[in-house]
Design a protein around this ligand. Sequence first.
Ligand code: BG6
Length: 478
Amino acid sequence: MKPLSLVILGASGDLTKRLLMPSLFRLHQLGLISKLNIIGYSCDQWNDNDFIEHVHDALSEFVLDFDDEKWISFSKCLSFISGSLDVKDLATLSKKIDGSALFYLALPPTLFAKAAVKIGEAGLSIESSSYWRRILIEKPFGTDLDSAQFLHSQIHSYWNESQVYRIDHFLGKEATLNLMIFRFANRVLAPIWCSEHIEQVQITYAETLGVENRSVYYDHAGAMRDMLQNHLMQLLTLTAIEPLGHWDSEILRDHKVEILKSIRLVNDTNVDTWAARGQYTAGKINDKDTISYRDEIGIPANSNTETFAALRIDIDNWRWRGVPFYLRSGKRLARNYAEIAIQFKGPSEALPDDISVDNNWLVFRLLPNLQIDMQVTAKLPGMKLNTHNIELTAPYTHAGEYEVSAYEQLILDALKGEKSNFLRFDEVEWAWRVIEPIIKSWRHGEPDLYQAGTEGPNSQNKIMQKNHSWRSINYGNQ
Ligand code: BG6
């Protein structure tokens, strides 16, 4: 069998160093990619040894249990080609690739279209009956519907949809993969997963990180494009999806698109009822002073980019009509906390009048740890008939246990040709349709300011139905 190649374009960049190489190293250690030929490609004037040294340094920094013994066999899989995105340079790759190859564009998004076209022009996208060629790109897929469609058409000038793997790394997260398994493998949930029993769904991804060293990208993106259009929308579709008639990647993605198509589109005259935005000011997080967004390096002093976004989504289908899905994500919030929280309606049975009962919540927690919680009411022990709220908690990784990273999962899937955890273009397109009226309206006006280290701007409450309120991101931290 011909060797399998992975070509990383942008091999000297941050993504390669922080995420791709540690994931590849781990997969190699597990014996899952021992025959993989990993070719670094970038315009640095490096030779194989320079690249190998660069990867060694990256792994020593980012892999906790890194040691030189494990490194030796991995380093033998690495090689490097120095080149630009010119066809002539790219064509030199054909000397190293002999058979199936995956091209990973670890490049700035502005270069995606060019790279995909040039690789194609160099003849590297052509498949044969004995080998495949694939291209892997990572969000952002455009900055709005038009630019996403343009990118798509460029890529498709040389690549078929079956060859394109679009990464949303949330789809490789353990908690995301568990969503559908938990729902569909436990029959007890089937009859109650609908508007008759579910009151609301809240999806929160709160981060303490600020804009870090990504000011150029972030200031053009903002939280709505950076997190809600993709990651949170994926969590929503997987929560709301209809059961699959058959477990198949195309059917799965058809069903996700059905959900996106059923979302009631916001009219740009009433955006404030559906969406809220904020920007962090100076504050304190974990006892450390932090500066305001507008004071961050590379951010214009008058920037109106939102670092917090919240959105209410109504899905107009039989299962979800009347159940709001609330999505929110923000930087420099009080705590790294992420969850998909599903609130059930109150009890339908008669109970003594003086008993207080809270609604049930089923919570898939992503941060700070992977866990499923069920918040329920139980009898308070004692002779009086009274109640208290208790939590049934199921962590699904334990201290010291290795957690598979999203990139390990996704690289392996792409090499195997397993497409379930990658986005089809119509998913990207429909997600843009959902948020486009909001980002258009946000070209005007300003975000509400919130102090770093808090739960975000108060305006996030305006999008909630009267009887709903946001769960605290400090939940369980008291
Ligand atoms: C990225 C966003 O896609 O996801 C970042 O661009 C965000 O702004 C990150 O911090 C969150 O994902 P994770 O897996 O790093 O928590």
